[in-house]
Design a protein around this ligand. Structure first.
Ligand SMILES: Cc1cc2nc3c(=O)[nH]c(=O)nc-3n(C[C@H](O)[C@H](O)[C@H](O)COP(=O)(O)OP(=O)(O)OC[C@H]3O[C@@H](n4cnc5c(N)ncnc54)[C@H](O)[C@@H]3O)c2cc1C
Length: 383
């Protein structure tokens, strides 16, 4: 049984100056950004904005300076994330590279890979996607079938990925590929990670329209795609252990409870036109939940900074956080009685309509609720 605790996390005093700097940056570059765009949260993509963030040192903030990073603390990065998410800034283009791919290359990449890829990420000039899920492998990731065969010219990849966020806008994918046949005795063996240039011949990318009508994720097909040997990340056959480390980065951030924040702003604005005690109580409850989640999430960030591996606490923040994000449209309906119509042109209706449609996916991406609950139950010794 794993110990579960939430040591109170306090942001160091010197993060206040950074917070001010980021707010000034946002005021300068995002003041006329529409509410419904802000509601896209970390799914909103704008390469020019990513380049601006890079130029201001807001990508790869914790990475070594020799690779273009800022050598700042994880808590400083946390402040940046909070401010970007609270403003609904369009961070999707570089989000995966900053959160996952860069740290993965720092942990497992070769020196040549770090020097080649990390500086372009920190400048906001190269964009990564994650190729894990396949048509018949999602929660059960170890069952993937996309195959990599070693040849004298490099690795030949055949198969397909699905639900790949931002693949159609990405320069590279980090893909999990089967490089040895499935072994029923060791399901986690024989998987490897590759850096794949998305312009390599043989790759077909087909966007899938989501419920909100957006083309955000994709099907990606590999037809005899040739990948040079030096694009293998880490050890051949060691992909499972590497992916597990990567998922810890993916599940512990403030994006797991702030994705619907724009609807809270719009709700407060709407209710303030005719304030009642009931609406004050309703908003108060939402803010109390938000504040508690923030404390829990900051606690995870503080523990990570101290070198701990609070995987169970991180899973709990994701599980409770997405539940909160998904509940906000229902709370907004209870407090306003409004049923938004897509054609309405006021911010409240547009943001609520968008979040009703998009929030269904929040508990699927990064691991479903059942999977997160399974991890928590196992950690608590319940299964
Ligand atoms: C918006 C969005 C973006 C995504 N982006 C990416 C991406 O960039 N890259 C990528 O690789 N993937 C991505 N995904 C895919 C995502 O990781 C998978 O959808 C998720 O892991 C679930 O897999 P699945 O869809 O195959 O569902 P399945 O695994 O088939 O699950 C179906 C249902 O069965 C339940 N279930 C499955 N196994 C168990 C179990 N052992 N115990 C209890 N219940 C179980 C699940 O909880 C779920 O309710 C994205 C998904 C979404 C929605």
């Amino acid at each position: 049984m794993e110990d579960i605790h939430f040591t109170p996390g306090v942001l160091p005093a010197d993060t206040a100056a950074l917070r001010t700097q980021i707010r000034e940056f946002l005021a300068e570059h995002l003041s006329d950004y529409p509410s419904v765009k802000r509601a896209q949260s970390w799914s909103g993509s704008d390469r020019e904005f990513s380049k601006l963030m890079g130029a201001n040192g807001f990508i790869g903030m914790t990475w070594p300076k020799i690779y273009g990073g800022g050598e700042r603390s994880a808590l400083e990065r946390y402040v940046m994330l909070e401010e970007m998410l609270a403003a609904g800034a369009p961070v999707a283009a570089h989000w995966i590279a900053d959160r996952q791919s860069g740290p993965l290359l720092l942990n497992f990449g070769t020196e040549q890979q770090r020097q080649r890829f990390l500086p372009t990420i920190t400048r906001g000039e190269s964009y990564f996607c994650i190729g894990m899920s396949e048509p018949n492998s999602g929660s059960d990731l170890a069952s993937i079938l996309t195959r990599g065969n070693h040849t004298k010219d490099g690795w030949r990849i055949n198969g397909s990925k699905i639900w790949t966020s931002e693949a159609h806008h990405s320069t590279y994918m980090i893909a999990l590929i089967r490089t040895q046949p499935q072994d029923p005795k060791n399901r986690h063996a024989g998987l490897s990670q590759f850096l794949i240039d998305m312009e390599t011949p043989g790759i077909t990318i087909r966007p899938i329209q989501n419920m909100a009508g957006e083309e955000m994720f994709n099907e990606v097909f590999f037809d005899d795609v040739l990948i040079p040997d030096d694009m293998l990340v880490g050890t051949e056959g060691g992909g499972w252990g590497q992916v597990t480390t990567e998922l810890a980065f993916e599940r512990s951030g403030p994006e797991r409870y702030l994705s619907s924040i724009q609807l809270i702003y719009e709700l407060i604005h709407e209710l303030s036109k005719n304030p009642t005690e009931r609406s004050a109580i309703g908003v108060g409850r939402l803010i109390a939940h938000l504040g508690t989640l923030r404390q829990m999430s900051m606690s995870v960030a503080t523990m990570l900074e101290a070198g701990e591996t609070p995987n169970l606490a991180a899973a709990l923040v994701k599980e409770v956080g997405v539940g909160f994000e998904q509940e906000i449209p229902s709370r907004a309906y209870e407090l306003t009685g409004r049923v938004p119509l897509l054609g309405n042109d006021n911010d409240f209706d547009q943001v609520m309509a968008y979040i009703i449609q998009s929030s269904r996916s929040f508990s699927l991406r990064g691991g479903t609720r059942e999977i997160m609950r399974g991890i928590i139950a196992r950690g608590l010794g319940l299964r």
